[in-house]
Design a protein around this ligand. Structure first.
Ligand code: GAL
Length: 325
């Protein structure tokens, strides 16, 4: 009989065991700016993303810029997690081919998903544009399940305004808002209609040129953050506060030392985590790598926030406990 279990086979088996083990190992620390492996060991592809909590599960949606994608399509990926640290890939929930004939280089960016209780639909908003960013509309796609598939429904200019970067905000009372950049005026916050399929009411226009707009409601104050308009290059992101979404909004101030350009990142969302011991607000930003988009990183970091002040500390690895906050 041939001997099959040689020392080399043994070493190979040990190797496979450890590689698999590393891939499935539970992570407890978030490393801002580093590769962030999903449950399969692949770097998470959820750029310009947004997160919703449905039941006890968080869903993270974002632009999928994996290598080797079919360039005729745009892709949105979805990940699920119970702890905001360990993410399970739920696949591509959008694989869309130019739904409105905007051309081969059409744009689908910054997808944000809301769950609409009355219709039981998951409603995705995204920035829909042509290659020159001249169309400036939001697109909507819907799904019955959080992990797709989302199918295209329509696009429009929100309340008649231009809309490029979009952000998502759900207030503590459950009311859903869209934040959108309306050049050359600034950025607007608008309330979604009852079925989330359109926008019902403009809350305010903040006359500041800002992309990557995000909001959080913390201890009775609204904090709005965003970046300047420098494309993929980072810039000093800023914040302002207001007692109500209608304003008046304070002057904008830096969220980090301006020379660091937000530590090389751009805002996409603020996540509020309320637990038994307190509430943390996490800054969620993208570190874009325009030439190797698949390698773009995430800068998540708990903010120092309160009494009208907001500050993004120098990034360093941190642990996040969604139970205690
Ligand atoms: C950024 C924007 C991104 C993308 C990029 C293209 O300013 O935030 O979502 O549109 O420009 O250059």
């Amino acid at each position: 009989m041939r001997k099959v279990f040689t020392p080399i086979t043994f070493l190979l088996l040990v190797g496979i065991f450890f590689t698999n083990g590393a891939m499935c190992q539970k992570q407890s620390i978030i490393h801002p700016g580093e590769l962030w492996p999903d449950n399969n060991g692949n770097h998470i592809q959820a750029h310009g993303g947004g997160i919703i909590k449905f039941g006890k599960t968080y869903y993270w949606y974002g632009e999928c810029r994996r290598q080797g994608l079919d360039t005729a399509y745009r892709y949105v990926s979805c990940y699920s997690s119970k702890d905001l640290v360990n993410w399970t890939s739920r696949g591509d929930v959008v694989k869309m081919h130019d739904p409105e004939n905007l051309g081969r280089r059409w744009i689908l960016e910054r997808p944000k998903v809301y769950y609409n209780e009355p219709t039981k639909k998951f409603v995705m908003y995204f920035h829909e544009d042509n290659a020159g960013y001249k169309v400036a509309r939001v697109g909507i796609a819907v799904s019955d399940k959080p992990d797709g598939n989302f199918t295209f429904v329509k696009s429009f200019r929100p309340l008649g305004h231009e809309s490029r970067d979009i952000g998502q905000f759900i207030d503590d009372d459950g009311t859903a808002y869209l934040i959108f950049e309306d050049r050359p005026y600034g950025f607007r916050i608008a309330k979604l209609s009852a079925d989330y399929m359109s926008l019902e009411k403009e809350m305010c226009l903040i006359p500041q040129h800002m992309e990557g707009g995000a909001l959080v409601h913390y201890h009775g104050l609204y904090y709005a953050i965003g970046s300047s308009l420098t494309g993929w290059s980072p810039n000093p992101n800023k914040y302002a506060t207001a007692k109500s979404l209608e304003g008046p909004w304070s002057e904008f101030q830096d969220i980090a030392p301006p020379a660091t350009k937000t530590y090389g990142s751009q805002s996409t969302m603020l996540i509020k985590v309320t637990g038994t011991k307190g509430t943390s607000v996490i800054f969620m930003g993208d570190i874009w790598k325009p030439r190797t988009q698949w390698d773009s990183r995430y800068l998540w970091m708990p903010l120092k926030i309160g009494d009208g002040k907001l500050w993004l500390p120098e990034p360093q690895p941190f642990t996040l406990n969604v139970k205690t906050g």
